[in-house]
Design a protein around this ligand. Structure first.
Ligand code: NAP
Length: 255
């Protein structure tokens, strides 16, 4: 693919991306940063935060980072407090963290696993936005990362898929609640060969089967997801709110 020249749509903006020290979250932080945002990266491990900061700094990005396990209330509060202390405001929040701890059928999934899926994939997004809301600027934007599995919860990731379906509803509900000053949209990625989806990396047959289900005969990239997220977060999407963009190479989702 030809290298696309990036704009500076986020000059002067402050963007928080959760779970952003690798994979899709890192790609989003990088894209927003390259387009001029000050980005705040976070994840569970200090070392990963430090490494992500170094990588982004080396690309000339203004970046700050803190440890934040999204289901830890104190760490969520600290993420928002540190951001506001440093930059005085928040323009963009990308809620990207998720867990997929089990491949059990829903009826065999333990209660503790059901709780963890709800906590990390849905509740933590809500609680983070509760903390962030007082600092969100007029014209600000929230992007929630769902999944193609939210439309089609295939058996091996069914309950994970259901939590991602919940995010489609959450997007609609929050868009209403946070209007008109803050837009809330959602990106539903297809399959991207990250650590999270390492079964694709490890299994050539699974990779080929997924590629075949797309219309463009390839897996997604973190850059594909970052491009869609950056569009929705930018003023170019100022008339779009409550929507989900499926970025899945044409894999079946909905009409
Ligand atoms: P990834 O490459 O495995 O990256 C996960 C990132 O999240 C890491 O930086 C990790 O760092 C951090 N993290 C993990 N658990 C966390 C937690 N509880 N709190 C805070 N940070 C946490 O994953 P990914 O594929 O980019 O997935 C990102 C999002 O995309 C998820 O919402 C996932 O559901 C969605 N998605 C992915 C795909 C795909 O095919 N990859 C498809 C559809 C949707 P630490 O280890 O330091 O915490």
């Amino acid at each position: 693919m030809e290298k696309i020249k990036l704009g500076r749509r986020f000059e002067g903006k402050v963007a928080i991306v959760t779970a952003s020290t690798q994979g899709i979250g890192f790609g989003i932080a990088e894209r927003l940063g390259l387009e001029g945002a000050s980005v705040i990266v976070s994840s569970r491990k200090q070392q990963n935060v430090d490494e992500a900061i170094e990588k982004l700094k080396s690309k000339g990005i203004d970046v700050f980072g803190v440890v934040c396990h999204v289901s830890n209330a104190q760490q969520r509060k600290n993420l928002i407090d540190q951001t506001v202390q440093r930059y005085g405001k928040i323009d963009v929040v990308v809620s990207n963290a998720a867990a997929n701890p089990s491949i059990d059928n829903i009826l065999q999934t333990k209660e503790s696993v059901l709780d963890k899926l709800w906590e990390i994939n849905v509740k933590a997004s809500i609680l983070l936005l509760q903390d962030a809301a007082p600092h969100l600027q007029k014209g600000s934007s929230v992007v929630i990362i769902s999944s193609i599995a939210g439309y089609y919860p295939q058996q091996s990731m069914a309950m994970y898929g259901v939590t991602k379906t919940a995010l489609l509803g959450l997007t609609k509900a929050l868009a209403t609640e946070m209007a008109p000053d803050t837009r809330v949209n959602c990106v539903a990625p297809g399959f991207v060969p990250t650590h999270f989806a390492d079964f694709i990396i490890k299994n050539a047959a699974a990779k080929a089967a997924i590629e075949e289900r797309t219309l463009v005969n390839r897996l997604g990239t973190t850059e594909d997801m970052a491009a869609a997220t950056a569009f929705l977060a930018s003023d170019e999407a100022s008339y779009i709110t409550g929507e989900t963009v499926v970025v899945a190479g044409g894999m079946p989702s909905r009409l």
